[in-house]
Ligand binder design. Structure first.
Ligand code: URP
Ligand code: ZN
Ligand code: ZN
Length: 483
């Protein structure tokens, strides 16, 4: 099977030029001007961008949470991802307390097998990791799971204490893997929640009021400090506020191997969403919560300036009906999370590139190349190069849509609302190849559940390496690096 894409404007994290791309079987075979090669299918990409398929390193398909499951399965969620130009997701398997991570991984393999339209991989959520079980982490990395997520929130369920975090980071640093951190002080948050409920405050907006930015910043600060002492890289997930961003900047400046992602919801939505009529504020009960609007400018600045490295979605969909409604009389029972895997590329193109916050190369870098590099997928994924997987998106920069639950071109996620209702976008995914196979053809799904495969990832490929500790600037950090 071969495909020739003619006349496109090829954009990667570093390049921008007009060329033809010849795809043979699953990979890019030739890139050049005016190629004359016989192909089974020829696609004219005149006037279109050809970009690497999006890599979304933060999704939750079919995830158990708060007595229910996220509403997208690997089948529905990866199909929606494909419609939006994302060709690889990294989802989260969960190891519950007492369970081995190897058992947990098997369960998540069983959920995803035969379902996905595009490729997928897993991080492992670790909820306990006594010293004697740390060798499991090496076993996971042999299975291609080279990153973990630990929580400083949700005491009693997901929270790991600081000792567990330190042990996991130390081991990850030795193995060349990466700890991702949900950084919020969940113990104090739980106290604030108790106070709010005791005062009779049950509405969705109290989800935000009980999770102040300072408690996110404290978690980020603690995670970065533990990583510094463990001499390991760390990746802060779903960073939402300026206070937390400042902690990242300070740590990076002293040489900590700190990465952070933010998500479209923190760039485009704000705390006023909780005032929507009736129970509609529940649609935005996600964690960390939406922040005051002024934070958005700061996050864009962090993305442009390089302190933030990735835009993921934290796609974690729960329907209002029967799911968010579990918390109608108590905001703390509303399942946390919101949808987004389908809309990321258009939203960031329109509101990021279109509004001048980031350029086109940075758009590709933040949504594809950088997550592929950090999480050990590059150069198979995350770029367009000879020998790379032919995960390609033909993106129409002129195509305008209104994102809506009611618009059949913008909503394929299995959820009864969109967080971006009425958002206008100029820039839309037209055609998608996943490993050389057409999945979306001019807006029509032509893929197959089960075509997408589990991708074994390589070691942490971030821009910092422990050997670079010589660059560390503070005397205390230099001393640690020398030990
Ligand atoms: O609200 C969210 N983000 N729920 C998903 C779990 C997590 O913390 O990522
Ligand atoms: Zn989280
Ligand atoms: Zn998440």
């Amino acid at each position: 099977m071969s495909i020739l894409i003619k006349n496109g404007r090829v954009v990667t994290a570093s390049d921008d030029y007009h060329a033809d791309i010849f795809v043979s079987d699953e990979t890019v075979d030739v890139i050049g001007r005016d190629l004359v090669i016989e192909a089974d299918t020829v696609i004219d990409a005149s006037g279109k961008l050809v970009i690497p398929g999006g890599v979304d390193p933060h999704t939750h398909m079919e995830m158990p949470f708060g007595g229910t499951h996220t509403s997208d399965t690997f089948e529905t969620g990866t199909k929606a991802a494909a419609f939006g130009g994302t060709t690889c997701i990294i989802d989260f398997a969960i190891q519950f307390k007492g369970e081995s991570t190897v058992e947990a991984l098997d369960k998540w393999h069983a959920k995803a097998a035969g379902q996905a339209s595009v490729d997928y991989s897993f991080h492992m959520i670790i909820t306990d990791m006594p010293e004697h079980r740390t060798p499991e982490m090496r076993r996971l990395s042999d299975e291609g799971v080279t990153s973990y997520k630990l929580f400083m929130a949700y005491p009693g369920v997901l929270l790991s204490d600081d000792g567990t975090i330190f042990r996991a980071m130390r081991k990850a640093g030795e193995d060349g893997t990466l700890v991702c951190m949900h950084a919020e002080n969940g113990v104090v948050i739980d106290e604030l929640v108790k106070i709010a409920l005791s005062e009779g405050h049950v509405e969705p907006k109290y989800h935000a009021l009980t999770r102040p930015t300072r408690l996110e910043a404290e978690g980020v600060h603690r995670a970065l400090s533990i990583a510094e002492v463990a001499r390991a890289p760390v990746y802060i997930v779903h960073l939402s506020s300026y206070d937390a961003l400042q902690e990242i900047r300070l740590a990076q400046a002293r040489g900590v191997m700190a990465h952070a992602e933010t998500c479209p919801q923190y760039l485009l939505l704000d705390v006023s969403a909780y005032d929507e009529a009736g129970f509609d504020g529940s649609k935005f009960v996600l964690t960390p919560p939406l922040r005051e609007k002024w934070n958005q400018e700061e996050l864009w600045r962090g993305l442009r300036g390089g302190s933030l490295h990735v835009i993921s979605t934290d796609h974690c969909p729960f329907c209002v009906k029967e799911q968010k409604e579990l918390g109608r009389d108590d905001f703390s029972k509303i399942p946390n999370g919101g949808p987004g895997v389908e809309n990321r590329m258009s939203l960031i193109y329109h509101y990021g590139v279109g509004k001048g916050y980031i350029d086109l190369n940075r758009f590709v870098e933040l949504t594809s190349t950088s997550p592929a590099k950090i999480f050990g997928l590059f150069p198979k994924k995350g770029t367009i190069a000879v020998g790379s997987d032919a995960d390609l998106v033909i993106f129409d920069p002129e195509h305008e849509e209104n994102i809506s639950y009611y618009n059949p071109r913008t909503h394929h996620m299995n959820i009864d609302y969109t967080a971006y209702e009425g958002f206008a976008v100029k820039g839309f995914t037209e055609t998608v190849l996943s490993r050389g196979k057409l999945v979306i053809d001019k807006g029509q799904y032509v893929g197959r559940p089960g075509y997408g495969r589990f991708v074994k990832r390589g070691p942490y490929g971030g821009i910092y390496k422990p050997e670079a500790a010589g660059n560390i600037t503070t005397p205390a950090a230099r001393r640690l690096a020398a030990e």
